[in-house]
Design a protein around this ligand. Structure first.
Ligand SMILES: [Zn+2]
Length: 196
């Protein structure tokens, strides 16, 4: 019997060492930070929408630096695909932002090891592994990091009247979107990790 996978508490070290691969869908309703950032006027079905993910672990035997002893390094490739309802900053109506991410992580033993990891490798993000690792939170992180700085329709269906340029040619300051009144997902993530 195989145990059902608990995406909130999986043994990430074992997944990497066994070279296992997971794939499935997670519902927006199970991703509280995504839910919190979903446009208020999004369709009622938005929490039922899903992100498709894959997570593939693998091991590389290599020296951390030339001349060093060969060590086992653990890696995790994660992809997330779906869409998220955001408020367009131009017309203030909700739209579905496509999300598609593909990230390689090096999995290290602890938070301390992650903090100590050299930052010179732009290709790989370092994360602390755990025997009770939340892949759900990692998927959330991936979606939040993939959000555009200024969410906008490619082409707005209509222009909100508050954004219409005044006769003096200046946009009115009160037309600024309301996002500034609440913490942005980017502020929340600022301390989480550095992404190039
Ligand atoms: Zn728009």
């Amino acid at each position: 019997m195989t145990q059902p996978i608990d995406l909130r508490a999986l043994d990430l070290f074992a997944l990497c060492r066994k070279g296992e691969s997971l794939a499935g869908d997670v519902a927006v309703r199970d991703l509280p930070r995504i839910l919190a950032e979903t446009a208020a006027q999004a369709p009622a079905s938005a929490p039922d929408e899903t992100f498709a993910y894959t997570a593939t672990g693998f091991v590389r035997e290599e020296a951390a630096e030339p001349g060093a002893a060969v060590a086992q390094r653990l890696f995790l490739d994660v992809t997330v695909r779906g869409r998220m309802w955001l408020d367009c900053q131009r017309c203030l109506t909700p739209y579905a932002q496509p999300i598609e991410t593909s990230t390689r992580f090096e999995v290290v033993e602890s938070e301390e090891a992650a903090d100590a990891a050299p930052m010179d490798d732009d290709e790989v993000d370092v994360i602390a592994g755990s025997k009770r690792f939340s892949l759900l939170e990692l998927i959330e992180d991936e979606v939040l990091l993939a959000l555009p700085v200024a969410p906008k329709h490619d082409v707005c269906p209509t222009v909100h009247e508050s954004l219409v340029t005044g006769s003096d040619g200046e946009a009115r300051p009160e037309a600024e979107p309301e996002e500034e009144k609440r913490p942005s997902p980017f502020a929340v993530l600022a301390g989480l990790k550095t992404r190039h």
